[in-house]
Ligand binder design. Structure first.
Ligand code: HEM
Ligand code: FES
Length: 574
């Protein structure tokens, strides 16, 4: 039998400071993200004007130099310079901080590319900045496109190649940063095609301008008179000036390499400290056992191991959706801190319930996440559609747990919630596995939608597959809970397909993405009919037609609120 800690025993020791500091850490992370975005935007602004300046090479070298005057006027005044170089230093330091904080196990490739490109840019940029800004400040050298293009195309083509690399890298890095930020904005869907066009056009025009400028320089450089003027010491420096600048460049490169090495070393020290503190094992209900450093929050453990775990507030201890029940090993559990305790009290949490984002186990234990992972309803690609509301072909599925009233009479309220959550979790997983999304949890049932991102045929096939997957999932759950349940869990499913309005419904403070209309209502009614028809699922003919599958049998049923009968197939016997 599983041991269950009561909230009273968990509370017996004094509240630790850890959970509160976890909230603070989350706030600090948010502020760092804002700073990174702000400094990144300044740098992006500079790179954009800079690349547009290169694009003027498609007109002429003079146009490039004239453009440079404008860019210089905008950026190279005291305010612009402070902003630009302040942002550069800040962004770089935040990049190093990100390198330290990164836990690579739950990284998406795009995030890794963002960090790696960000860390590479300074190595390539240092020689460029030394040759331009620093040479002006320390040696008074006055460089323009003529000198830089000469350096890149004639004096050192390798340097030119590196410059092109940094240009492309910096642009990709900046665009990805912008994308991560903008994709969550409501208007992103509308703006995306234009932004993509700009994201491709700007560097292409810039590189073409750079190439055209290079060609012009190659011709001009044939002329000794041009060389005598363009390459005079006031522009390119005397050998000792060049040597001093090279030393500065090497010093900067060495400093940067040292900083990166220090961060890598700090990561090593942290890992050693974690190993020294030891690891613990956490077991999840599906039988998975994960090993994490002692003191890691359960939510972090789930994330590191890619175990889907609801966390609507992002781990800030505000929403309670990450809550878990500790089913085994709670004896040595640190007691809840103030943040966690107040949330647990507010939701009248039962024995052994903790917030996964705040709870940092020190010993092995078994945990059960109590809410299904977040429905994917706020996906960026759905957002634009969601704002306006759209008529769309969908397949709506209602799944309802039978006999939950009896369940509530026979068991403690907490156990009822636990069982219902396990049921909803199992059904939700099955729906998602089939390709649908859980849209609303309605007491002891849920509404699943298929076809928000897929074509009608696929949506209907997915929904039919979900019926089988739900049956398997509930079977497994029944076996798992056999010792605890007097009656096996039974349920009803209603599925209908057709047009519905999908969109964000609600007021300004509480709106949710959902579907409305006759299709959804009929699906709900069909679910209700499973009781009278004595079956597990009632699926309308429209679903089979969309899936291009022939049902085993078809019958007419009367549905409340509709004058015409609905043609349906019934599945399974209760
Ligand atoms: C083919 C590529 C590039 C060419 C031909 C080029 C050319 C130039 C030129 C002519 C200047 C001198 C401006 C001045 O001192 O008045 C300059 C400065 C600069 N460039 Fe570039 N650039 C290229 C790519 C990049 C990229 C990709 C970045 C950025 C991420 C970048 C960042 C800078 C910075 C920070 C400065 C110093 C601005 C200052 O003087 O304070 N450049 N570049
Ligand atoms: S994720 Fe919101 S309280 Fe834990």
């Amino acid at each position: 039998m599983v041991r269950t800690a009561s909230i009273a025993t968990l509370r017996s020791a004094d509240a630790g400071a850890q959970p509160r500091s976890a909230t603070q850490a989350a706030r600090i992370r948010l502020n760092l993200r804002r700073l990174r975005l702000a400094s990144g935007l300044v740098l992006f602004g500079y790179v954009l004007t800079h690349l547009l300046n290169h694009a003027l090479g498609n007109i002429s070298l003079d146009a490039m130099e004239d453009g440079l005057d404008v860019v210089t006027a905008v950026w190279l005044n005291p305010v612009g310079l402070t902003l630009l170089y302040g942002a550069l230093v800040l962004h770089l330091l935040l990049g190093l901080q990100a390198l330290y904080a990164a836990r690579f196990f739950h990284w998406r490739p795009s995030e890794a590319l963002q960090l790696v490109s960000g860390l590479l840019i300074p190595t390539l940029l240092i020689s460029h900045i030394t040759a331009t800004r620093i040479s002006f400040v320390t040696e008074g050298l006055d460089k323009g496109y003529a000198q830089e293009l000469y350096a890149f195309w004639i004096a050192s083509p390798t340097l030119g190649l590196l410059q092109v690399t940094v240009l492309v890298l910096a642009w990709i890095h900046g665009c990805m940063g912008l994308y991560f930020w903008l994709r969550l904005k409501p208007a992103f869907g509308r703006m995306a095609p234009w932004l993509l066009a700009l994201a491709v056009l700007v560097p292409v025009l810039s590189l073409l301008g750079f190439a055209q400028g290079g060609r012009m320089i190659l011709t001009l450089a044939q002329d000794p008179a041009w060389r005598a003027v363009a390459l005079q010491p006031v522009h390119v420096g005397l050998p000792d000036q060049v040597a001093r600048l090279a030393a500065i460049r090497d010093g900067l490169l060495g400093t940067y390499a040292g900083l990166v090495a220090a961060v890598v070393a700090a990561r090593g020290v942290r890992t050693l400290a974690e190993v020294k503190r030891g690891t613990i094992r956490l077991s999840y209900p599906d039988g998975r056992v994960v090993r994490v450093p002692r003191g890691t929050s359960v939510l972090e453990a789930s994330r590191r191991n890619r175990i889907p775990h609801a966390s609507v507030c992002g781990g800030r201890g505000r929403c309670s959706t990450c809550r878990i029940r500790v089913t085994d090993g709670s004896d040595g559990a640190p007691s809840p801190g103030r943040t966690e305790r107040s949330v647990l009290e507010r939701i009248a949490a039962g024995p052994g319930v903790r917030l996964a984002c705040q709870f940092r186990p020190e010993t092995d234990m078994a945990v059960v996440p109590l809410l299904p992972p977040q429905p994917r309803m706020r996906q960026a690609d759905l957002l634009d559609r969601a704002q306006s509301g759209e008529e769309r072909f969908i397949v709506a599925m209602f799944v309802d747990l039978r006999g939950s009233t009896r369940l509530a009479e026979e068991r403690l309220p907490y156990d009822t919630v636990f069982i219902i959550n396990r049921f909803l979790g199992a059904v939700g997983d099955a729906v998602r596995e089939a390709g649908g999304s859980t849209n609303q949890f309605l007491g002891d049932g849920l509404l699943a939608l298929f076809g928000l991102e897929t074509e009608p045929g696929q949506a209907a096939q997915d929904a039919l597959r979900a019926i089988d997957l739900i049956a398997d999932a509930v079977d497994t759950l029944n076996r798992l809970l056999a010792a605890d349940l007097e009656h096996t869990l039974r349920y009803g499913i209603g599925v209908h397909a057709g047009l519905a309005i999908v969109g964000e419904m609600g007021d300004a403070t509480d709106a949710r993405f959902t579907a409305l209309g006759d299709t959804v209502n009929v699906a709900a009614r069909l679910q209700g009919l499973t009781k009278t028809l004595g079956c597990v699922a009632v699926v309308s003919e429209a679903v089979y037609q969309a899936a291009r599958v022939a049902p085993a049998q078809i019958r007419d049923v009367a549905v409340d609120g509709r004058s015409e009968a609905v043609r349906v197939n019934t599945l399974g016997r209760l």
